[in-house]
Design a protein around this ligand. Structure first.
Ligand SMILES: Cc1ncc(COP(=O)(O)O)c(C=O)c1O
Length: 382
């Protein structure tokens, strides 16, 4: 790639981050402690969620929530095939079996119909739903289609901060919504995740389970008057967030609303500039009552792989979200070819998906370069 390539993604960091990190380093307490608790409160306030538990990643958040459901080992768990491998791994690590759900091609997420079809061929005990690219799914409708109680639905909200449905932010009314603060996400920390829940018991359980299942974390044990004693009643993971990460998260959260506005403006510019290009389908719609988080700008185009190479040669980096689970070697071995053939819309649409650069730091000039490279490549095909 040439030096002047427009990157696919660049993380934004608020100016306050450096000072916040130095303060934590100077404080003498760097792992889970007061900053983590303060970040949890800040993020809960941002979402309007009753409880937030900060963890190491969205992947561990998904696994912790599934484990906390106490499902019988080997339970069938519905999941979109068009998802990140971490979500499938979370089901498998929790001891369960993924059941692949197809998508609706306009929204790129499962519809009540595709969920009902998958539920009819199995006996699902739980379901992961995913806010593909920042599109907030209708959780009650999908839960009803699966015949599952809301307490059996885990939301993969890795792309979800900033998204809302009927004015209700993703995570504000969830039994279990799992967020990611990975480097590429809308609110990057570098690594990190959070679980938002309306359920006090779930919050208490995952809070202990994020640190091996210990009844007290070290901050509580080492506080003046704290005791060294603890018990393990519920086997967990090593999945806590550190105070260094949390201090970054607090500074980042304050900047998030402005970054979301910037994403919205970039999307409007792309929409206007790309509308009507030959062969190009603009991103998922059905936006009535929906506040999209615009984590990704996903277009569809035939002969996508050739276009990726042409764009790269023109100095524009792109990506693909996602290679479906049904096409991955390990999952094919575990699930079998027959199960992997049950998501034909996903397999067809996934061949055409292309994610364009979209991040608050993308300059108008950078975006113009993406638009002209794409326009030239598509017009040359016509
Ligand atoms: C849809 C989706 N789910 C889960 C994850 C995993 O997030 P994390 O890296 O925080 O574990 C990602 C990250 O890329 C993702 O895109």
């Amino acid at each position: 790639m040439s030096r002047t390539t427009v990157p696919f993604t660049v993380p934004s960091f608020a100016g306050e981050v450096s000072d916040a990190v130095v303060k934590v380093l100077d404080s003498g307490w760097v792992t889970t402690g007061p900053q983590t608790a303060a970040f949890e409160q800040d993020f809960a306030d941002f979402l309007g969620a009753p409880h937030v538990v900060a963890v190491a990643s969205c992947t561990t958040a998904l696994e912790l929530c599934l484990r906390a459901m106490d499902l019988p080992p080997g339970s069938q768990v519905l999941t979109p095939s068009l998802t990140f491998c971490g979500a499938i791994n979370a089901i498998l690590h929790a001891g369960h079996r993924p059941v692949l759900v197809d998508i609706d091609e306009d929204t790129l997420v499962p519809s009540p119909e595709t969920v009902a079809a998958a539920a009819a061929r199995t006996t699902p005990r739980a379901m992961i739903v995913q806010n593909q690219g920042g599109y907030p799914v209708d959780v009650p409708a999908l839960a009803a289609a699966a015949g599952l109680d809301r307490t059996r639905v885990v939301e993969d909200a890795a792309h979800g901060p900033g998204a809302a449905r009927e004015g209700r932010p993703v995570g504000s009314e969830s039994f279990a919504a799992c967020f990611s603060f990975y480097a590429t996400k809308n609110m990057p920390i570098g690594e990190g995740g959070a679980i938002a829940t309306v359920d006090q018991d779930l919050a208490d359980r995952v809070r202990a389970m994020r640190l091996h299942g210990m009844s007290k974390d070290s901050w509580k044990r080492y506080l003046p008057g704290g005791s060294w004693r603890y018990d393990v009643k519920d086997i967990g993971l090593k999945a806590n967030m550190t105070d260094i990460q949390a201090s970054i998260g607090r500074a980042q959260l304050a900047a998030l609303p402005a970054w979301q506005r910037a994403r919205g403006e970039l999307v409007a510019r792309y929409d206007e500039a790309l509308d009507g290009l030959p062969g190009l389908t603009l991103p998922q719609r059905k936006l009535d009552g929906v506040q999209h988080a615009w984590h990704l700008y996903q277009v569809r185009v035939p002969e996508r792989d050739a276009l990726i190479a042409e764009l790269e040669a023109a100095g524009v980096a792109t990506s693909v979200h996602f290679i479906p689970a049904s096409q991955m070697t390990s999952y094919r071995q575990i699930l079998g070819a027959q199960e992997c053939e049950r998501v034909p819309v996903t397999d067809r649409v996934a061949e055409e998906l292309l994610s364009l650069p979209l991040y608050p730091g993308l300059s108008p000039d950078g975006q113009d370069r993406v638009v002209s490279a794409l326009t030239e490549a598509l017009r040359a095909r016509d």
